[in-house]
Structure formats: C-alpha cells, structure tokens
Design a binder for this molecule. Sequence first.
Ligand code: GDD
Ligand code: MG
Length: 361
Amino acid sequence: MKAVILVGGKGTRLLPLTCNTPKAIVPILNRPFLEHLLGYLKEHGVTDAILAMCYLPDPIQSCLGDGTQLGVRLTYLVEESPLGTAGAVKNAESYLNGPFLVLNGDTITEIDLTAMVKRHKEVKPKVSIALTPVDNPTLYGVVETDTRGLVQRFVEKPTWDKVTTNMINAGIYILEPEVLAHIPASTPSMFENYLFPRLLEIGEPILSYPSDAYWIDIGTPEKYLKANHDLLLQQVGRGIQAKGKSQFHPTAQIEGPVLIAEGCIIAEGAKLKGPVVLGPHCEIGKDAVVQGAVLWHHSRVGEKAILRNCVVCSHSYVEPGSHVPDNCVLGDSVTVASGNILDKGTQVWPDGYAESNETQP
Ligand code: GDD
Ligand code: MG
C-alpha cells in the first residue's frame, strides 16, 4: 500500500523552531522527524511514500533524498500554494492506484497500522480513520461514532461546550481511490471539514479505528519537547547514549536518560539531568546545569548557566550565568546575554524573523 504524507503546513504553532526548518524535519532524538514516521510505516510494510509539500520543500528533499538510505521509495510533490489536506492528496491522484494511506506529517504514534489495514479490508468502508483519546479535544478534530464504530460527525477544533467525546482524529486515514472524485482539483479543501462531512452526507461509510496506543502531535513546542522526552525514555531507558566522539570532563555529572551526538564538549562540573538531548557539536560550560532540555546542533551553554525543560535550536549561545527556564524556546543563532534570567515560556526569535513573518499574509 502507498502512503501520502502531508507535510505542506507552515508549522506556525511550532515557531520559532520552524523559522528555518520545516516541521517535517525538526530533529527528534537528533534525527529528522520524518525518519521516525517513515520507519514506522516501514515496520508495517509500507515502503512507498508520496510527500505532499508546500512550505520549505527544498530542505525536506535534500534531507531525505530518494529514501534509499532509509529503505523506502519517496516521491515529492510541491504545491504552488497550499491545497489543504484533501486538495494535497487530490494532487497526488495520478500516483495512486488501489486503497492508500494518508498521514498527517506531524504525529508520532504506535497505532497498529497493520491491524487497521486488515480491518479496513474486512469491513470495506470507503474511508477508515484512526482515533485516539486526548485530554484536550478542543485542539483537534473530534470524531463521533455509533456503537458499530461508524463515524457520525466531525467537529474540527470544537469549543468546550461542543465537545461530546475525547476521541479525536489521529491524522491517519485509509482511503478507497473513488473518494478522490469528491475532491475538487487545484482548489484548497480539507478532509476534516470538507471531504469527510460530505461523504457522510451522501451516506458513504467511514469506519473508525480507535486505539489507545502511544500518539502525539509534535505541533507545539511543549508537545515537541514531550515527544523528545517520551522517545528518549523509550530508546535509552535511564541510560546515557553517546553517538560518535565527545569530550567529557571527569567531574561532569550525567544522569540519564541522556542522548549526546558527536563532537560535544561537557566541561568541568557541568550537570546534565535527563531527559536531555544534545545535538552534534554542542558545548556545555563549566558548572552549567542542563535539565530536561533539547539542544540542536552547534549550540553553547556558558559557565554556570541553567537550562530547564526548554528547546534551543542550532548555533545559539546561552551566555554565562543566564537562566532559561521551563517551556522557553530559543530559535536558531540567538544569544541570551550573560546573567539574563528569562521568564518561563519566553520565545527568542532569530534576528529580524518575527517582524518579517508577521507581515506575511
Ligand atoms: N501538502 C499540504 N498542503 N499539507 C498540509 C496543508 C496543505 O495545504 N495544510 C496542512 N498540511 C499538513 C501539515 O503539514 C500537517 O502535517 C498536517 O497536514 C496536519 O496539519 P496541521 O496544521 O498540523 O493540523 P492540526 O494538527 O491543527 O489538525 C489536524 O491534525 C489533528 C491531529 O494531530 C486535523 O487533521 C485534526 O482533525 C486532527 O485531530
Ligand atoms: Mg498537527
């Protein structure tokens, strides 16, 4: 079965992480997000994927190439202007024959795709849709079903008074090719509020596949950080994993789970308290404390600086003695001046970026 992966969104809620890096390839455990998603598909026997792109397509393509290294075959499609989730799949119609998968390109999950495909083939609906329970359904698409598991209604991003269930659209669909006839070509449209409600209106069956397997949408900095923490615990337990060569001062203290890429320097008396992910060529200064943080490549933490539960993108510098507390996000190439104590949740954008971004339509 082929898969269409939707990776055309701007990743606005993930800014400033996505200023220079599309959401589809932000690093999770030092590997581009899509490598995790493609690995998951491969585990379920899906090795042929079409990437439906729009915003920043070039970095995605140069990162993954034709997919050979990952053991998959990739086809790239670029929309000139966003076609929406359904329009993007319509745009891939000539590459599709037979039933196919569609996945949102920003979720990490262990939902059993093999079982979902099996059920789709047994019950033969026009569409199958994976559902997952969440604490706050107002951030997602709520899906109401009947006792047989057939979908009754979609309510995208409902207000709390409209929430009738905690089961939401997990962003994984199996579609029969004939449903593509209901999507207009070259005009933007969404599955969530156009195609699916329309199919229900004309009486086409949509089958739900509810699952309580691990699922997370990495679309906000908090969720991005949590995805890193969860996967790190899963991958290294309470341990320490160093890939390639790094320098550790003998007095540095490291408590797992910690993942360290090649070329890092951990100075005298520095403390790493897991979960921590260091990208390639990071430097942690003397007596600095880094706890619960994710750092991308070539970032530096000065002497006695403190970082907690935050994200630091590439080539940034937290100068000596400064504090970067919970849920702060530092974009690429930013500096936190020496002794500066940031408020929780502070976002520091790359120079000139916030302004130019706000003026975009
Ligand atoms: N090619 C293309 N073109 N891709 C797009 C476009 C587009 O115009 N618009 C969005 N996408 C991609 C995004 O890159 C992302 O991977 C995926 O489609 C979903 O878009 P999001 O912007 O992340 O949507 P959401 O998270 O608010 O809501 C969606 O996902 C939820 C689960 O995470 C909806 O499908 C909800 O119903 C669902 O619950
Ligand atoms: Mg999303």
